[in-house]
Design a protein around this ligand. Sequence first.
Ligand code: NAD
Ligand code: AHE
Ligand code: ZN
Ligand code: ZN
Length: 374
Amino acid sequence: MSTGPIQCKAAVAWKAGEPLSIETVEVMPPQKGEVRIRLVASGVCHTDAFTLSGEDPEGVFPAILGHEGGGIVESVGEGVTSVEVGDHVIPLYTPECGECKFCKSGKTNLCQKIRETQGKGLMPDGTTRFSVDGKPVYHYMGTSTFSEYTVLPEIALARVNAEAPLEEVCLLGCGVTTGMGAVMNTAKVEEGATVAIFGLGGIGLSAVIGARMAGAGRIIGIDINESKFDLAKKLGATECINPKDYDKPIQEVIVELTDGGVDYSFECIGNVDVMRSALECCHKGWGESVIIGVAGAGQEICTRPFQLVTGRVWRGTAFGGVKGRSELPGYVERYLAGEIPLNDFITHTMPLEEINSAFDLMHEGKSIRSVIHY
Ligand code: NAD
Ligand code: AHE
Ligand code: ZN
Ligand code: ZN
């Protein structure tokens, strides 16, 4: 049963563009249909940096960022039946209510039951569970994992096997599931296919894993930071190229390398110019490009419509098309079976007090994933 408010440490983003500040926050008990969890670990994803930068049209401040967490249920609100105190859970920024038009469609993982309030940094009842010295602090992506405790709607929690270390499977809360799912669910890459993956960070490297699992014949990794190439090759990339090594557009280089273009491409950066390259390196008649990267307010993609008229397809994906409550526990089982090398992604670990160094390492191109241990 739920208890009273908890005082704990959290990293608060007071303003866009400023470092996070470690504060004592008050976390209210879970209300009807809600669950309070104690975070054990949280990865730092580029989307956290994107929102902190001020580029996110949905960014509200002050807020507690973080959406790649793993935790243990501390208390449950009225009516909660699907999880209980002590359960190991992964927060879901894409919830799964099972009842809304989207959930019932069988065509998408984008449950919309609480999307409106989530995008405003609020719980479904339109209020926040966080405050500092009585001043309300917003939620982020419905998860706010950069806190020792957070509150989520029950529909935004995946209950997972307690044998899995939360310090590793937290990465399944966003990055690794997104990249693998984009390849396997969104594009449905088939055996023997030629694949190009733009951006070899946490998302792109997970797409490499997905492409290897799908049996792709050629997996071409593209990045301007060559320090990413060794791990990309270890995980399954058959070749890696740096656009800076060529004096012509990278799409032309890839079309030449692949006898007309790739079957599938994935943009894992959030750069609208690279999104264009990713589409245009696809094979005429059938090549499909999937946008994973998130671009800032006011940014737009463009290409000649002729690219689509002649058979290329442009798609996008969120959380790799994965339905969190029903499908994420299976990813954890695949990790436990040794199929998903999460440890390869964790280049740095640190306590919450050092969270700003995780953002520095990301911007310097030195990390794949930093994981905060609480
Ligand atoms: P990251 O910073 O770890 O990796 C980005 C990589 O792109 C880096 O290796 C960087 O060197 C490379 N890069 C940058 N500019 C480049 C260029 N011009 N050409 C080639 N490579 C370039 O980021 P991440 O955590 O892997 O996230 C990647 C993107 O995916 C971000 O935009 C993030 O917001 C987005 N994302 C989307 C979803 C989703 O559900 N759609 C989920 C998670 C992350
Ligand atoms: N708020 C941004 C969009 C951000 C965005 O696209 N987020 C992805 C997940 S990124 C995880 O690292 C997502 O799930 N999108 C679907 C959704 O409903 O938000 C903006 O541009 O407004
Ligand atoms: Zn993310
Ligand atoms: Zn739903």
